[in-house]
Design a binder for this molecule. Structure first.
Ligand SMILES: [Zn+2]
Length: 145
């Protein structure tokens, strides 16, 4: 099996190197295959956490687009699209938390991924409140007609 060289941060100087190298080009620390494999694995987990969090943020914004549209549109499908994206975002947040919530890394991208997750969570809670308020307003308006 010809595996692609996997990139990972050098355990000594934290520069991104790959396991096809004999030693780190930055600090000349020898590349330990076992350490490299473990580090590459955790690096790919971090990369996954970063890209999932980025999808999560996009989905949360999309959810707000549908919510916004449902305020100005009476087409029921828009409301359903909002509820669908709401559930998707909720599931994605829980899944992200289970898979990546406890990842131990000093990768600078990981805190960024966590911020995206927090942003998605705030957008989700705010959307929930906005949706409830909207439903109440609709009922009040309808009861006065
Ligand atoms: Zn190094």
């Amino acid at each position: 099996m010809f595996a692609q060289p996997q990139t990972y941060p050098c355990p000594k100087c934290n520069e991104i190197i790959n396991d096809a190298m004999e030693k780190c080009p930055y600090c000349a620390a020898p590349v330990d295959r076992q350490v490299a494999a473990t580090a590459a694995e955790s690096q790919s987990e971090v990369n996954q956490a970063v890209s999932d969090a980025s999808y999560l943020k996009t989905a949360a914004f999309l959810m707000w687009v549908f919510l916004g549209l449902s305020f100005i549109s009476v087409i029921p499908v828009v409301g359903w699209a909002f509820i669908f994206t709401f559930v998707v975002v909720l599931v994605m947040i829980i899944r992200w938390q289970i898979k990546f919530g406890g990842v131990k890394t000093n990768d600078p991208d990981y805190p960024h991924a966590k911020r995206n997750r927090n942003l998605a969570l705030v957008l989700l809670l705010a959307a929930f409140v906005a949706f409830i308020v909207r439903q109440l307003l609709v009922e009040i308006i309808l009861s006065r007609i």
